[in-house]
Write a protein that binds this ligand. Structure first.
Ligand SMILES: [Zn+2]
Length: 121
């Protein structure tokens, strides 16, 4: 006796729900991911939502930050060392990308969701 049509359907439904739950968690995760604060020379230039895909030009174009899938990544910079560009994307509370030559600091602030994220991760 193999699987009945009904059983196969049930498995499919369970898989679909699992997939949906995972996808929803991802979506909600991005929404609860908080914000990134961009500072230039110690002055806040802007605060951006990690839940929204966007490209941010920092310091009149010296650095370019891309937010995608709840993560912030420095994709371009005119600094000589390119250390900031080589840093991995940040998404967790208090993670940061720093560009020393341009005095640019990008820091994640998950706010009150930070604790929840820490448990979930
Ligand atoms: Zn840099």
């Amino acid at each position: 006796m193999g699987l009945k049509k009904k059983d196969i359907l049930l498995v499919f439904v369970i898989l679909a729900i699992a997939f949906l739950a995972y996808y929803l968690h991802d979506l909600l995760g991005a929404a609860a991911a908080g914000t990134v604060t961009v500072k230039v020379d110690g002055v806040i230039e802007g605060v951006y939502s990690l839940g929204e895909d966007q490209e941010i030009i920092i310091n009149k174009g010296s650095n370019c930050l891309v937010i995608k899938n709840g993560k912030a990544d420095m994709t371009a910079a005119d600094c000589p060392d390119k250390l900031c560009v080589n840093q991995k994307a940040i998404s967790k509370n208090h993670e940061s990308i720093i560009c020393l030559p341009n005095k640019v600091v990008v820091e994640v602030d998950s706010g009150e969701n930070g604790k929840l994220d820490a448990v979930a991760n």
